[in-house]
Write a protein that binds this ligand. Structure first.
Ligand SMILES: CC(C)(COP(=O)(O)OP(=O)(O)OC[C@H]1O[C@@H](n2cnc3c(N)ncnc32)[C@H](O)[C@@H]1OP(=O)(O)O)[C@@H](O)C(=O)NCCC(=O)NCCS
Length: 148
């Protein structure tokens, strides 16, 4: 069992994040997207550092009453160690401390692993957004968790 630290994402993490992003998604975000979210004060961006290495990340947009989880990924070599759950837990804690009502996200209908993670943390399917993903035309499931 290694050591896991969740901390704010820093500029120096971007190279590793881009590598993980390309391994994780068929239409990965580019560096410009990451840079603009990293410099946006309305975003809460965290990285998971496992045994000293950036192993995963989560980017979220802070809205007036909600937190919008924009992106989540864990490097394939570090999956199934509880890192994804730890990142989402941190977003939920942040939402609670900031008095937000909900955390919500979009997830591909085919992404059963991510849906299982979110469901196990109390997120429920709210509605389907038809053909949300322009690359494949796939539907999104919009999932939300009420913050008590
Ligand atoms: C989704 C993702 C972030 C999960 O990260 P992870 O660190 O492996 O997740 P955890 O180890 O914290 O596992 C949490 C839960 O996820 C689910 N899960 C994770 N890997 C799974 C697998 N291979 N098969 C089935 N369920 C799985 C389980 O519900 C698990 O809970 P459990 O350990 O109690 O069974 C990771 O698989 C990933 O980066 N996938 C590619 C990118 C992606 O799909 N991001 C989400 C976009 S919405």
């Amino acid at each position: 069992m290694g050591t896991l630290v969740i901390r704010w994402t820093e500029q120096r993490d971007i190279e590793k994040i881009l590598e993980i992003e390309k391994l994780s998604f068929q239409s990965p975000w580019d560096i410009t997207t990451f840079q603009s979210i990293l410099s946006d004060e309305e975003c809460y961006n965290i990285s998971a550092v496992y045994d000293g290495q950036v192993a995963g990340y989560c980017f979220a947009q802070i809205m007036r009453k909600m937190v919008h989880l924009l992106n989540l990924a864990v490097h394939p070599d570090f999956q199934q160690k509880g890192i994804g759950r730890a990142l989402v837990n941190e977003i939920i804690s942040f939402a609670r401390l900031s008095n937000k009502s909900y955390v919500f996200l979009e997830v591909r209908k085919s992404n059963s692993i991510a849906q299982a993670l979110y469901a196990s943390m109390g997120f429920t399917h709210v509605f389907s957004w038809r053909r949300y993903y322009s690359d494949t035309g796939e539907d999104a499931s919009i999932m939300a968790k009420k913050i008590e």
